[in-house]
Design a binder for this molecule. Structure first.
Ligand SMILES: [Zn+2]
Ligand SMILES: [Zn+2]
Length: 208
C-alpha cells in the first residue's frame, strides 16, 4: 500500500515536501525536499524507511533546497526532467538568488521522461511531463495520488510569468495529462491543500 506524509520545511514558501512510501517493502521517495530537515530525517528513521530516490517536480529553489542534505544522508539518486536539470546547478536559474539564500543542488543522477515508470516496491508509478510552470515540470502519479508540483493547485494553477512559463502550455498539460486520470484521483500540490481531478475538472477557473 502506498502512503504519504506532508512536511513543511520552508516556512515562508509553504512548499509541500512529500514523503511517499510502500508499506510492504518500506521503500520510500522524497518529492521536492524544500530544505534540509532533521525532523524529516528523524521521521524516516523512526519509520525504518529506505529512501530510494529524490524526485524534483521542477527546478525552482523552494523545491530543491533539501536535495544536497538528503542526497548526502541517503546517497539516493536525484531525478528531474532534462529541461530543468540546469536549474539544480545555478542559483540564478532556480531563482534562489532572490530567496533567503542561494541554493545549489548536486547534479541530476538520472533524467525523467514523459511516461517513465517508477517503482516503490511492487507499486508502479508514472511520471508525466507537464510543462507550463517551467519547461521541465513533471507530476508523479501513484494511484490514487497525483503529486502535482506547481502545475496544478487546489482551484488554481502554477505561475506562468517566471522564466520558462507559458499559460497555454500549462493549460494543455493539465487537460491532456492530468484530466485523463480518474476523477477520484487525489491531487497533492506543491503548495496548499489537496483536491481531486474531478473537482478541478468541474471548478478550476484557470483552465480553458
Ligand atoms: Zn515553482
Ligand atoms: Zn513552488
Amino acid at each position: 500500500m502506498i502512503k504519504y506524509k506532508i512536511f513543511n520545511l520552508l516556512e515562508n514558501f509553504e512548499t509541500n515536501t512529500y514523503l511517499v512510501w510502500d508499506t510492504e517493502s518500506n521503500e520510500a521517495i522524497i518529492i521536492d525536499p524544500s530544505a534540509p530537515s532533521e525532523n524529516l530525517a528523524n521521521a524516516i528513521s523512526a519509520m525504518k524507511l529506505k529512501i530510494v530516490h529524490i524526485f524534483n517536480t521542477h527546478g525552482h529553489g523552494d523545491h530543491i533546497g533539501g536535495n544536497e542534505y538528503f542526497h548526502r544522508l541517503y546517497n539516493c539518486p536525484i531525478g528531474i526532467h532534462p529541461y530543468d536539470a540546469d536549474m539544480l546547478l545555478n542559483s540564478a536559474l532556480n531563482l534562489s538568488d532572490f530567496m533567503y539564500t542561494p541554493i545549489i543542488s548536486p547534479a541530476a543522477s538520472f533524467l525523467l521522461k514523459d511516461r517513465d515508470s517508477i517503482y516503490l516496491g511492487e507499486f508502479k508509478g508514472t511520471v508525466f511531463h507537464t510543462p507550463g510552470h517551467t519547461k521541465g515540470g513533471v507530476v508523479i502519479y501513484f494511484e490514487p495520488y497525483l503529486f502535482s508540483g506547481d502545475t496544478l493547485f487546489d482551484l488554481s494553477v502554477g505561475r506562468t510569468d517566471l522564466p520558462g512559463g507559458d499559460s497555454k502550455q500549462l493549460s494543455d498539460s493539465i487537460k491532456e495529462k492530468i484530466f485523463s486520470l480518474p476523477d477520484s484521483t487525489i491531487v497533492l500540490p506543491g503548495h496548499g491543500g489537496s483536491s481531486t481531478v474531478g473537482k478541478e475538472k468541474q471548478e478550476n477557473p484557470f483552465i480553458n
